[in-house]
Design a protein around this ligand. Structure first.
Ligand code: DND
Length: 212
């Protein structure tokens, strides 16, 4: 890697809603990879997900609230950018299309595609995943402990995948939606500003609490 190359993390998700597990993953990646920039990219339409997410605008706003507090963190003072590129590109949000567009727009930046550890086993089902392995550095952030060595081995077989050891915050978007729909407390699962936004806009009413 050239010395002057900028390390940019790319963290995509439905973020329906973003939660403390996502924020923790982002924080670990910034610190362990010394990222100068981190792009947070809500999907317009997630591949392989059948249920509709909350509207894009609301997920974008929740990402602003969840991730901008990480601005300036890490050794390089990471810059956080919440990106609407997948809305701009339109259609189903295949990650290879997003990465290719980002590479065009950001010459001189090296892209690190961040995913949760569990997602790594599913990664070979992604559209053109072999191209993604060539055109970005895939980083799976995973819990050390049971199964970690297997994951490192799986990553080695795929090639060009880093596995970053991390503590993991046990929370899922499905669970947050279910709790919000039932009127239960979500303050331990999402940043406070996200909890306030969900409540104020009644985002996960019972109608939208279905599994995704
Ligand atoms: P999800 O729908 O899993 O998002 O999508 C993640 C990204 O994968 C999006 O950018 C999709 O476009 C892309 N994708 C998925 C499938 C196929 C293709 C692309 C394709 O191109 O063919 P979620 O909001 O559910 O999760 C976002 C990320 O956060 C995921 O990587 C997930 O593993 C991770 N995560 C956690 N990490 C740490 N602690 C937790 C987590 N919960 C979810 N508690």
């Amino acid at each position: 890697m050239a010395d002057n190359e900028i390390k940019t993390g790319v963290f995509g998700g439905a973020f329906n809603p973003p939660h403390n597990g996502h924020v923790n993953l982002a924080r670990e990646a910034i610190e362990q990879l010394n990222l100068r920039k981190l792009l947070i990219i809500p999907t317009l339409e997630s591949p392989h997900k059948e249920t509709k997410s909350a509207p894009f605008e609301q997920r974008l706003e929740m990402c602003e609230r969840a991730f901008t507090p990480l601005s300036g963190s890490g050794r390089c003072g990471c810059r956080i950018e919440i990106s609407d590129i997948e809305r701009e590109l339109g259609g189903i949000s295949y990650t290879i299309n997003t990465i290719r567009e980002l590479k065009k727009r950001r010459p001189g930046e090296r892209l690190y595609l961040l995913i949760g550890g569990d997602m790594l086993y599913y990664f070979p089902k992604w559209y053109k995943y072999e191209s993604l392995l060539k055109e970005s550095t895939v980083c799976a952030v995973s819990r050390e402990g049971d199964g970690f060595a297997d994951m490192v081995e799986f990553a080695r077989e795929l090639g060009r995948v880093k596995v970053l050891p991390s503590n993991v915050v046990e929370v899922s978007s499905t669970d947050v939606r279910r709790k919000a729909a039932a009127g239960e407390d979500i303050s331990q699962s999402v940043p406070q500003s996200v909890a306030e936004f969900i409540a104020a806009n009644k985002i996960y009413s019972a109608v939208r609490s279905d599994k995704q």
